[in-house]
Ligand binder design. Structure first.
Ligand code: BTN
Length: 257
């Protein structure tokens, strides 16, 4: 059982998570917050679900997560038009927030995988799905969906990338309330940096991405591109060095050759 009072005591934000919705079961926290007919319009709203019946991952994949073991939640950002010009940096802020929270609370070394996975010991402990909706031709709603494998002790089935959890890596269960509060505190910190000092985010992100300089391939649908992970640009796109020069990659799954 998630203890909201305990979480609340540790939350130290101005707006992220101040409107907090806790549900036992839902199709997907992202689907819920994206749908404006649900009447939730307060920027910073967080929806946490103990179980998702249709948890979604990137590229129409399914996100599997055991009931009451992990953190599956989404954060709503509304009408922050300046911020919405930097969707990749919002993505990076979320992965940095999760990675730093895990390092600070449990002293586990984390690594970031482009665009936004958080790894421990080369295995995935967190995935992020950022989605937006527009009115007219303007994005006015962004939902940052975060799934962190926290206390799950076993993973069964087929995964695109080998999964792990904090519990598996640490050897003990951890308190989800404290971890969620820490993630939201850090996320707000990084979001504020996007407008004040955006290269702070890319700098920190690069420090935690250990694939830069490596030979990689990027897979998007049936297309596979090979090259060296040269860098990321100031907006968070991957720069792939191929025999024809530098190519900017906006989407895809990255693997080391
Ligand atoms: C990925 O790595 O493919 C992204 C996974 C994102 C999963 C989270 S769990 C909370 C939120 N609701 C969803 O349906 N998906 C995201």
């Amino acid at each position: 059982m998630f203890e909201i009072e305990n979480f609340d005591l540790k939350l130290n934000t101005d707006f992220i998570g101040r409107n907090f919705i806790y549900v036992e079961e839902i199709d997907s926290t992202n689907t819920f917050l994206l749908d404006r007919r649900n009447g939730v319009n307060e920027s910073g709203t967080v929806v946490l679900a103990e179980k998702q019946t249709k948890g979604r991952g990137r590229k129409d994949r399914v996100w599997y997560s055991s009931k009451e073991q992990n953190l599956t939640f989404s954060i709503l950002l509304c009408k922050d038009y300046k911020l919405f010009n930097h969707l990749n940096l919002i993505n990076f802020s979320a992965s940095l927030a999760v990675a730093n929270s895990i390092e600070n609370l449990y002293q586990l070394r984390t690594e970031l995988k482009w665009p936004n996975d958080v790894l421990i010991n080369k295995k995935k402990t967190c995935g992020i799905l950022l989605e937006s909706s527009s009115q007219g031709n303007k994005i006015d709603r962004v939902v940052v969906g975060i799934g962190v494998n926290v206390n799950q002790s076993m993973f069964q089935g087929q995964f695109n990338f080998p999964p792990t959890s904090i519990r598996i890596e640490l050897g003990r269960e951890v308190e989800r309330e404290k971890l969620l509060a820490e993630i939201l505190n850090n996320f707000e910190f990084y979001l504020n940096k996007i407008s004040s000092e955006s290269n702070y985010i890319t700098r920190e992100w690069k420090e935690k991405c250990r694939m830069i300089g490596e030979k990689i391939y990027v897979k998007e649908g049936d297309v596979i591109k090979n090259g060296i992970f040269d860098d990321i640009d100031e907006e968070g796109f991957l720069l792939l060095r191929t025999k024809d020069g530098i190519e900017k990659i906006t989407i895809g799954d990255v693997s080391i050759v």
